[in-house]
Design a protein around this ligand. Structure first.
Ligand code: HDD
Length: 754
């Protein structure tokens, strides 16, 4: 009888084990198993038992499977279905005859359409539009005294992935809208992943995370019509920030030029909150993180940003990818401002737990601790840039959080949001999120589990897996929270009194701006409020501006045709922080784009020479001509990168005219006797050249001309002795001077207030 045989087999095996009751009846006392104490020393997890194994890592046909599959997702010569079965047709559904009904048994059709139906995942609720890049972080070791973080020790190289983003717009919105930019960095350190999830603005709209849904609901499109897209210029945003005045500092920052960066490569980044560093002796220091771009901090001008939104909505994304592809790797230094970790957690009277505050660099200098270089573009936008999941709670030993109430809420939100966005709790297993340190957690199962865990005891304490995994200690790189003393207190829903000053820091920002930057800020507020319908919102915002500075308020009030109110608080007596201004220095010109306008009659040898010199200087030359194709017959012929149809000045940092280019479609007449455009007026004759030049001039860009190019300037009404306009004998001579102008980013004199 097979049942009896099986029962005897089980009974025998139990007896062999010594664990069966003496009389074979379960529950009766008998010989007990040897006691297994919980092991006390770490060792590798037990090897899999002989009958335990996950999927083979190499299939019988030699194909990697399992974990390696992620790296070889597209391999082999033949189209297959998702199960690896080769397909002979992917263009026709399986039908009963060519005109017959489609058959339900067509698995390929169902699989293909099912997968397509689910290709989109929910976009990020904020920061939906972004662009990413891989790189390395090289530490200088200068932070070693204040933190034991391994990746900040001397001369350690750590892989990184960075995602830049706008905040408000959806995934398909334009890059150059006025907005804060996200600057999130994932460090794949040997002690686990550290995420620095920052912005290009050093302060935030709110002091407490409980207000985040409010500020985001206010800035997102109106719920009834879902307009405007990716804009703060509407009633609900200004309604909120004029009532919730702790937003004033962040708002003036992004009404300033930082709201429209020239490039992701030319933005600062900030950790915003104060964090806590812990050193090898357990000593703690408060810290603010800063990213300083090697190329300087530069912005667009508003009119330029508006044009780019239409002409090239992917402007920032393209700029980043092109620069990396061309080898012009963007670089940032990571810097720290450090403050003594006193019980008050203030520095020079500034509350360090209030994320609407900066500490001026003049009071606490930013000390460089390492260099980040972005040197590799993602190979798949979705797999990497879209699926990357950042979290302020991804910390490593040596870096800890503070009690900033905004940070506390973020520590919850970033884990939570990924459950919806990435479909379950196993998002850390996605290739872009995988730590590069060994992972030995006790998290199991769940949606999209791709790990094939071994062992039987994902719990602690255990004896069955030899007690593994073991917990580490301070000497074995464990993350141990700094034992910060919590002052005795009652539970309250309150902010500290020190959070109540909403105007002195915005005033410092305003006073730190140059006249040109102030003019831009006045223009930005005037534009945004001009887009609001509610008069009460405009008036209330003017009151906020009056509390920052009367000149700012008067400028905006004049633009809105409203009276400027008097301040309702005493104007703060604060010193400016020159480090906040973007104007006044000179920076490298790497990766700057030079448009070179030429026609067949232009000085093509000169264009060749200038092109070479531009490349030599690490900049990007783009030859612009009336039509696409090539220019001239010389060897090598000049490839035209932009025709008059596709060229707009907003793409270039400077424009050069290499003699009179031939006309495109001459729209304005000016013909000679044979119907051809009149010599010398040819360049001028094409309205698109005129538009390109006047735009570039208006946007404060350097313009250069030689070999007759001056005629086009004259026709466009641009005086050849205007600031930033260079006329010389040869292309290279022009380029030399233009290059010097580019080092200051723009020809600022052109914006001088009247
Ligand atoms: Fe946030 C995304 C930066 C406050 C909730 N945030 C997100 C990203 C950046 C920031 C750069 C995009 C990350 C990426 O590229 O995937 N956020 C900040 C900064 C803040 C801040 C600098 C203040 C100092 N955020 C903040 C608060 C909350 C959130 C107070 C919620 C209480 N943030 C989120 C989020 C997002 C996010 C909803 C959306 C997608 C994601 O997290 O992964 O959880």
């Amino acid at each position: 009888n097979p049942v009896k045989r099986a029962a005897k087999k089980i009974a025998d095996s139990l007896r062999d084990d010594g664990s069966a009751p003496s009389d074979g009846i379960p529950g009766r006392p008998g010989p007990q198993p040897p006691t297994v104490a919980e092991p006390t020393r770490p060792r590798e997890p037990l090897p899999a038992k002989p009958d335990q194994s996950g999927p083979a890592t190499v299939s019988p046909t030699g194909q990697p499977t399992g974990a390696d599959q992620a790296r070889v997702a597209q391999s082999g010569n033949y189209l297959t279905n998702a199960q690896g079965t080769r397909l002979y047709d992917t263009d026709h559904s399986l039908k009963a005859g060519p005109r017959g009904p489609v058959l339900l048994q067509d698995h390929h059709l169902r699989e293909k359409v099912m997968h397509f139906d689910h290709e989109r995942i929910p976009e990020r609720v904020v920061h939906a539009r972004g662009a990413g890049a891989h790189g390395v972080f090289q530490s200088y070791g200068t932070a070693a005294a204040v933190t034991k973080a391994g990746f900040l020790a001397a001369d350690v190289e750590t892989p990184v992935f960075v995602r830049f983003s706008t905040v408000v717009g959806s995934r398909g919105s334009a890059d150059t809208v006025r907005d804060t930019r996200g600057f999130a960095t994932k460090f794949y350190t040997s002690e686990g992943v550290f995420d620095l999830v920052g912005n290009n603005i050093p302060v935030f709209f709110i002091q407490d995370a409980i207000k985040f849904p409010d500020v985001v609901h206010a800035v997102k499109p109106h719920p009834d019509r879902e307009i405007p897209q990716a804009q703060s210029a509407h009633d609900t945003f200004w309604d909120f920030v004029s009532l919730h005045t702790e937003a004033t500092h962040h708002t003036i920052f992004f009404m300033g030029d930082r709201g429209i960066p020239r490039s992701y490569r030319m933005m600062e980044g900030f950790g915003v909150h104060t964090f806590r560093l812990v050193n090898a002796e357990g000593g703690t220091t408060l810290v603010k993180f800063h990213w300083k771009p090697k190329l300087g901090v530069h912005s667009l001008v508003w009119d330029e940003a508006l044009t780019i939104n239409g002409v090239d909505p992917d402007f920032h994304r393209r700029d980043l990818a092109d620069a990396i592809e061309a080898g012009a790797y963007p670089q940032w230094e990571l810097g720290i401002q450090t403050f003594p970790d006193t019980p008050e957690q203030t520095f020079e009277g500034i509350d360090l737990l209030d994320p609407t505050n900066i500490v001026p660099e003049e009071l606490a200098p930013v000390r460089p601790v390492g260099l980040m270089t972005l040197n590799r573009n993602p190979s798949n936008f979705f797999a990497e840039t879209e699926q990357v999941a950042f979290h302020v709670g991804h910390l490593v030993p040596g870096i800890d959080v503070t009690d900033d109430p905004l940070l506390a809420g973020r520590l919850f939100s970033y884990l939570d949001t990924q459950i919806t966005r990435l479909g379950g709790p196993n998002f850390p297993q996605l290739p872009i999120n995988r730590p590069q340190a060994p992972v030995n957690d006790m998290l199991r199962d769940g949606m999209h589990q791709t790990a094939v865990h071994r062992g039987v005891a994902p719990y602690r304490p255990n004896s069955l897996d030899g007690g593994c995994p073991f917990t580490a200690g301070a000497d074995t790189s464990a993350f141990i929270e700094a034992p910060v003393r919590i002052p005795e207190a009652s539970k309250v829903r309150e902010a500290p009194e020190s959070f109540a000053d909403h105007f002195s820091q915005p005033r410092r920002f305003w006073l730190s701006m140059s006249p040109v930057e102030r003019e831009h800020i006045v223009g930005a507020y005037t534009f945004e409020l001009g887009k609001c319908y509610e008069q009460a919102i405009r008036e209330r915002t003017l009151q906020v501006l009056a509390n920052i500075d009367p000149e700012l308020c008067a400028g905006v009030a004049a633009g809105l045709g409203l009276p400027a109110p008097e301040p309702t608080v005493p104007l703060a007596d604060v010193a400016p922080s020159p480090a906040l201004s973007q104007i006044g220095g000179t920076w490298p010109v790497d990766g700057r784009v030079i448009g070179i306008l030429a026609g067949p009659d232009g000085d093509l040898d000169g264009v060749h020479a200038v092109r070479d010199a531009v490349l030599e200087a690490g900049m990007v030359p783009l030859v612009v001509a009336p039509t696409a194709g090539t220019l001239g017959s010389g060897e090598p012929a000049l490839t035209v990168q932009r025709s008059y149809v596709t060229a707009r000045s907003v793409e270039y940092d400077a424009v050069l005219l290499a003699g009179p280019p031939a006309p495109g479609d001459d729209a304005t007449g000016a013909r000679d006797g044979k119907g051809a455009p009149a010599a010398g007026r040819r360049t001028a004759a094409d309205p698109r050249v005129g538009q390109l030049l006047t735009e570039a001039f208006r946007h404060g860009k350097a313009i250069g001309a030689w070999a007759g190019g001056e005629a086009a300037l004259e026709a466009a009404g641009i005086p050849s002795d205007a600031p930033g306009v260079v006329v010389a004998d040869s292309g290279p001579a022009v380029l030399d001077q233009v290059r010097a102008l580019l080092a200051s980013h723009r020809v600022w004199e052109r914006f001088a207030p009247a």
